[in-house]
Design a protein. Sequence first.
Length: 101
Amino acid sequence: MSVIAEISIFPIDKGISLSPYVARVLEHISQSGLDYELGPMGTCIEGNWQEILTIIDQCFQEVHHDSRRVYMTLKIDYSKNREKGLQEKISSIKKRLPSKA
């Protein structure tokens, strides 16, 4: 079983530069041992259902403890027979792209 979650979370009461808060969240994700990929608009994480729920809660707790308001989007993709979905999904698309000349 594989769950791929894409999370974007940050405080909205801390000014313009939010990268310090995003970095704190990413530290929790990194320490979880789960496969993840940082993107410009969110971070994808792969694991089982409970692992994903646990890390999402840790991310929320990290941001909300010193923020009055938190914005979070969360997308979930569940597949019963998938392994290494983060890599496979990207590889599958790249194989179908026209080669660069």
